[in-house]
Design a protein around this ligand. Structure first.
Ligand SMILES: *[C@@H]1O[C@H](CO)[C@@H](O)[C@H](O)[C@H]1NC(C)=O
Ligand SMILES: *[C@@H]1O[C@H](CO)[C@@H](O)[C@H](O)[C@H]1NC(C)=O
Ligand SMILES: [Mg+2]
Length: 249
């Protein structure tokens, strides 16, 4: 037991002393200060134990910036998508074109990290003006793990439904952005009505209900927000992509 503890301490000390950073974000020493408490905060946020938070706690802004820009976030995305594939490949599809996989779009399959990164905004508070400017460019890159999963699901025979909280006025931009990044086919792309004032849980639940009423079986449902995954008609199994940067109720 003592020996195991020693190994643990050595491992932790080593990983603190040599932060791995494959991205261009500079991991400053101060960003590691208090990382224990911030790791707890991140896990609490991911698990939906901390809810309706409006911004990353000030003391964790550097930590979350390092996380989102670095290799750990990508690794966490890989794990979720690998688990999703392990689940999906064991399902028996009926080949009637009704087995669907629902994906959220923003920060599930397309990344807004370039937006936050450009403003060095790791507090995660979205400026609606500058975010609209970013969205209108339609230049969000694919999240690599999600693109890989998407391609495998298509190959397995799933029909893909993209269900996004982005408003319908962005439909054309979204289609171009999806196609340009490799998401080339789908059964449905559902955007939010420009005057739809329902919150995300209500809106997404109602759209999933419509899908099921249309005879579709939601075999998998993946999103970066809990509001993508809770409510009604949530599907046979849900997968939570990491996002400790903002919370959509
Ligand atoms: C899929 O079908 C095979 C062959 O009928 C069966 O052995 C297997 O248990 C089924 N898997 C699931 C997840 O239902
Ligand atoms: C929000 O973004 C706009 C456009 O980039 C900018 O002019 C404005 O100052 C920003 N607002 C805040 C509060 O940062
Ligand atoms: Mg999202």
């Amino acid at each position: 037991m003592g020996f195991l503890c020693l190994i643990l301490v050595v491992t932790i000390t080593t990983s603190l002393a040599f932060p791995i950073n494959h991205q261009n974000y500079l991991v400053l020493p101060h960003s590691l200060q208090g990382s224990g408490a911030c790791l707890s905060w991140r896990v609490g946020a991911e698990a939906n134990n901390i809810r309706a938070w409006t911004q990353v706690p000030t003391k964790c802004v550097d930590y979350i910036g390092s996380y989102m820009s670095g290799s750990q976030y990508r690794q966490d995305c890989n794990l979720v998508c690998n688990e999703a594939y392990n689940y999906a490949k064991r399902l028996n599809l009926t080949n009637d074109g009704k087995d669907v996989w629902v994906f959220d779009v923003d920060d599930t399959i397309l990344s807004n990290i370039p937006y936050f990164s450009a403003e060095n905004n790791w507090q995660g508070v979205i400026n609606t003006t500058s975010f609209a400017e970013w969205a209108e460019k339609g230049e969000a890159p694919a999240i690599p793990a999600a693109l890989k999963l998407y391609k495998k699901l298509v190959k397995l025979g799933f029909k893909i439904v993209f269900l996004t909280g982005m408003y319908e006025q962005y439909t054309d931009i979204r289609i171009e952005n999806l196609k340009a990044t490799g998401f080339t086919e789908w059964e449905k792309l559902i955007l939010k009505g420009d005057n739809d004032e329902a919150n995300a849980v209500v809106y997404k639940s109602s759209k999933r209900k419509e899908l099921e009423e249309g005879g579709y079986r939601i075999r998998g449902n993946m999103g970066d927000q809990w509001s993508d995954l809770i409510g009604t008609n949530t599907g046979d199994r849900t997968f939570k992509m990491p996002n400790p940067l903002y919370y959509v109720p």
